[in-house]
Write a protein that binds this ligand. Structure first.
Ligand code: XUL
Ligand code: MN
Length: 343
C-alpha cells in the first residue's frame, strides 16, 4: 500500500530572518497570514509551541483557554490539524539555566506547571502529541549541575506528564548541543533508554530531526530506523545540515541529496505515515530571502521529499538485493548514484 503523505510545519518556520548576529531582515507575516500559507503550500498539519497557540503561557488559565479555543476555530475553519504542542521551556527568565534540570526548585516547579498547561492546550486544539525539545537541559560547563540528578529529573518530568493526562503521548526531540554546550540526552537512543524507566513506556516515543542527528555525528536514516523498529517514530523534522556547525535547518535534501534519499527510503519502506504520522519540515528560510520569497524553503522541501518518494518507489529493489548478496557495494554505489542522477 503506498502512503499518501501529510505534511506539517510550525509557525516559526516562516520568520523574519534574525540570527544571533543580526536583527530582522524582513517584516514578520502575521499569524493569520501564516495560516493561509499552509494549504497553499500543500500542508495540513500545524506544529505549535504552547505560546504559538496562546498569547502568553503566563496568562491566567481562563485567558489561555479562550486563546486556545479561538485557535481551534481558526484551524477547523481552514481544515488544518494541530500535530503537536511543545512547551517552550527555554525562553523564560526563570529557565535561563534550564527548566526540568535547573538547580533552582522554583524554575523546576515553573517547568512542571507550564508543561501541564501545554497539555491542557493540546487537548483544546485537538492533539495528544506533546513534544519535548529539552533545549537547556544540559550544561555550558561540566560542573554546573549534578548529571545523575539531572537524568532523574528528566524521568520525573516524564512521569508527572504521563500521570497528569492518560491520553497524551510524549515525543522527545533530542539534539546534542545548541543552545547548550552539552545536552544531557544528546540522541534518540539516550531518550528512548529513559522512556523504558517511566510509568508508561508505551506513551513515550520520539520525533527525529535530520539536522540534530547530523550534529551528533549520526546518520539520520539509521536513527529513524532505530526508532521505527521500536514503533516509536511518531514524527520527524526533515531538514538538512552542512556538517558540524550551528543548527542550520536548511531545506530538506539541499546539502546531501543521497542522505535525504536514504531518509525517505527508510520512512517509505517501513510504513511511516500509515498511522497518521506527519512529514514535519523544520526548515528555515535563508536570511538573504526577501519577504515575498520567504516561504520557498517550505515549497522546495515539500517538493524534494515527494520527488525522492518517486525515486524510492522506482528503485530496482531486486537489483539492490542482488548486489547486497554478492557484496558488490561499488556497483551498489553506482546504482544509487545513477538513480539519483536520473540515469
Ligand atoms: C530546535 C528545534 C525546535 C523544535 C521544537 O532545534 O528543532 O524547533 O523542533 O521546539
Ligand atoms: Mn525541530
Amino acid at each position: 500500500m503506498s502512503t499518501t503523505y501529510r505534511f506539517s510545519f510550525g509557525p516559526w518556520n516562516i520568520h523574519s530572518g534574525s540570527d544571533p548576529f543580526g536583527p530582522e531582515v524582513r517584516e514578520e507575516f502575521s499569524f493569520a497570514e501564516k495560516l493561509e500559507f499552509y494549504k497553499q503550500l500543500g500542508f495540513d498539519g500545524v506544529q505549535f509551541h504552547d505560546d504559538d497557540v496562546v498569547s502568553s503561557a503566563d496568562d491566567p488559565w481562563a485567558k489561555q483557554e479562550s486563546d486556545a479555543k479561538n485557535m481551534r476555530k481558526l484551524l477547523d475553519e481552514r481544515g488544518l490539524i494541530a500535530e503537536f504542542v511543545a512547551p517552550r521551556l527555554w525562553e523564560h527568565p526563570l529557565t535561563i539555566d534550564g527548566a526540568i534540570t535547573a538547580n533552582s526548585p522554583e524554575a523546576r516547579k515553573y517547568a512542571l506547571e507550564r508543561s501541564k498547561r501545554a497539555i491542557d492546550i493540546s487537548q483544546i486544539v485537538g492533539t495528544n502529541n506533546i513534544v519535548l525539545w529539552p533545549a537547556r537541559e544540559g550544561t555550558y560547563m561540566r560542573e554546573a549541575k549534578d548529571p545523575v540528578a539531572s537524568v532523574a529529573r528528566l524521568v520525573e518530568w516524564l512521569n508527572v506528564m504521563l500521570e497528569y493526562n492518560k491520553d497524551i503521548r510524549i515525543l522527545g526531540e533530542m539534539k546534542p548541543n545548541e543552545p547548550m554546550d552539552q545536552a544531557y540526552l544528546p540522541t534518540t537512543g539516550h531518550f528512548l533508554g529513559l522512556a523504558s524507566l517511566t510509568i508508561d513506556p508505551s506513551r513515550v516515543g520520539t520525533l527525529i530531526e535530520s539536522a540534530h542527528a547530523i550534529l551528533a555525528g549520526l546518520d539520520p536514516s539509521d536513527e529513524m530506523a532505530y526508532a521505527l523498529y521500536q514503533k516509536k517514530l511518531w514524527s520527524v523534522h526533515l531538514n538538512d545540515q552542512n556538517g558540524l556547525k550551528f543548527d542550520e535547518d536548511k531545506s530538506f535534501g539541499v546539502v546531501d541529496i543521497r542522505r535525504a534519499f536514504n531518509q525517505v527510503w527508510v520512512l517509505e519502506r517501513n510504513g511511516y505515515g500509515q498511522n497518521g504520522e506527519f512529514i514535519g519540515l523544520d526548515v528555515k528560510a535563508l536570511r538573504t530571502q526577501v519577504k515575498e520569497k520567504s516561504t520557498n524553503h517550505l515549497r522546495n522541501s515539500h517538493e524534494i521529499f515527494l520527488r525522492l518518494v518517486d525515486l524510492v518507489r522506482s528503485l530496482d529493489v531486486d537489483k539492490v538485493e542482488q548486489l547486497r548478496s554478492s557484496r558488490d557495494y561499488e556497483e551498489l554505489d553506482m546504482l544509487i548514484v545513477n538513480h539519483l542522477l536520473g540515469g
